[in-house]
Design a protein around this ligand. Sequence first.
Ligand SMILES: *[C@@H]1O[C@H](CO)[C@@H](O)[C@H](O)[C@H]1NC(C)=O
Ligand SMILES: *[C@@H]1O[C@H](CO)[C@@H](O)[C@H](O)[C@H]1NC(C)=O
Ligand SMILES: *[C@@H]1O[C@H](CO)[C@@H](O)[C@H](O)[C@H]1NC(C)=O
Ligand SMILES: *[C@@H]1O[C@H](CO)[C@@H](O)[C@H](O)[C@H]1NC(C)=O
Ligand SMILES: *[C@@H]1O[C@H](CO)[C@@H](O)[C@H](O)[C@H]1NC(C)=O
Length: 242
Amino acid sequence: MKLCHCEWLVLCHLLLAAVVASKNHGSVPSSSYLFVLVYYTTGASVLIGNPADDLVEIINKNRTAQKLSTLSDTPGLGCMALQYVELCKKNCTSNNTVECKPSEDDFTEIFAPNCGVELPTIDTITGHIVGCQSKYLEPSLAFSQVLVKNKKSLSLLKNKSHTEVGVGMVGVHKGPFLWCVLFSSGKKNSTFVLEDHGIGIKQKNGCYSGSSIPCNGGQKKSAMWINIMFLGFLFVFHLQLL
Ligand SMILES: *[C@@H]1O[C@H](CO)[C@@H](O)[C@H](O)[C@H]1NC(C)=O
Ligand SMILES: *[C@@H]1O[C@H](CO)[C@@H](O)[C@H](O)[C@H]1NC(C)=O
Ligand SMILES: *[C@@H]1O[C@H](CO)[C@@H](O)[C@H](O)[C@H]1NC(C)=O
Ligand SMILES: *[C@@H]1O[C@H](CO)[C@@H](O)[C@H](O)[C@H]1NC(C)=O
Ligand SMILES: *[C@@H]1O[C@H](CO)[C@@H](O)[C@H](O)[C@H]1NC(C)=O
């Protein structure tokens, strides 16, 4: 899983494709179109895969190694974890701590509605861990260096009350990355239910665990000029092929 800055990747790829195509008098490799599609559906930078899912896996591996139950990966809870870090985006300090205290009401009044979590299915939150870092970290490093880096968070992770888990993460444009883990003691499948048959509301930024939609790094502000350059390039390139 890694972060890619797709504007450059896409440009390089197309340049390469152009060179190859002009040499062979052939057509654009179909993979170019795939890149374009990925680029335009996800924004300027995308995360390949879903690091939030990887974190749930790491959390469960850590628990089962200590003979604790596996937590069920609940998308509605994951999306609420994403809302949590969205709200705390500006509150990452220079020493990589998050000074942010959402109120209880934020869960029902902001997080759930933004996700499309059906209000009556919200259950008890038995714990949360939030962390931030000035740059993106691989899931295993985010786990050990950001989320579970002290005894307090380790004991929270090992709490027997939890039955469900959700992870959310978001990157601020040219800023830090934030991660949040939410735990709940709710019943699997019947809590934090996303409306619209489990689809919920599509998120513009960030990633959350259990999501069926691929996520992006949250750096949504794609450079307009790169887009224009890119479109111009495509245009010229296609003219050459005619
Ligand atoms: C991090 O910074 C905050 C305020 O900016 C401070 O309260 C806290 O003690 C610092 N933590 C460490 C570990 O230095
Ligand atoms: C984030 O930080 C700002 C400024 O320090 C503070 O006013 C605000 O309450 C914090 N947000 C939350 C949700 O705690
Ligand atoms: C586990 O979490 C529950 C619910 O938040 C809390 O009441 C309990 O004290 C925690 N147990 C331990 C051992 O920390
Ligand atoms: C669980 O995670 C903690 C914190 O990173 C680590 O110290 C511990 O070794 C891990 N346990 C297992 C069994 O992986
Ligand atoms: C929960 O959902 C999973 C996957 O859809 C399904 O296999 C399982 O039977 C469900 N459990 C209950 C208790 O409904």
